[in-house]
Design a protein around this ligand. Structure first.
Ligand SMILES: [Zn+2]
Ligand SMILES: [Zn+2]
Length: 121
């Protein structure tokens, strides 16, 4: 499923949607995600080798299923303002009573809502 129409695909680091792996004139791989406005260039030989391995492994193994699973767990949507963000330790909000994880703070400055963790289980 990773190799759509024979193209090599790799997830955008921001939205995790599969994007086509393109190649520069100098034969260096790069990704472009238009919705995110992200461009990732892999320039170093060691980086290119590691990147190729990752892409090929994604073709063979279930990289995409694992990413979906990660997204289901850690990619949150704020119910107040609708912004989407990755759950990060800095955003974790714990109960002042027993220290249990309550949820994650929306990173939008004006919002500050807590997205309940329970909803994601
Ligand atoms: Zn993206
Ligand atoms: Zn919000």
């Amino acid at each position: 499923m990773a190799a759509l129409n024979g193209k090599r695909m790799f997830p955008c680091p921001v939205c995790t949607d599969p994007r086509e792996v393109r190649t520069t004139k100098k034969q260096k791989p790069y990704l472009v995600c238009d919705p995110c406005g992200v461009q990732v260039f892999i320039r170093g030989p060691a980086g290119i080798a590691a990147f190729d391995r990752l892409v090929d492994r994604g073709d063979r193994e279930d990289l995409w299923a694992r990413l979906r699973e990660m997204e289901r767990r850690y990619y949150l949507k704020c119910p107040e303002c609708g912004c989407r963000f990755w759950a990060e330790p800095e955003l974790a909000k714990t109960s002042i009573f027993d220290g249990s994880l309550q949820g994650f703070r929306c990173p939008e400055k004006k919002c500050g809502a807590t997205v309940a963790w329970e909803n994601k289980q």
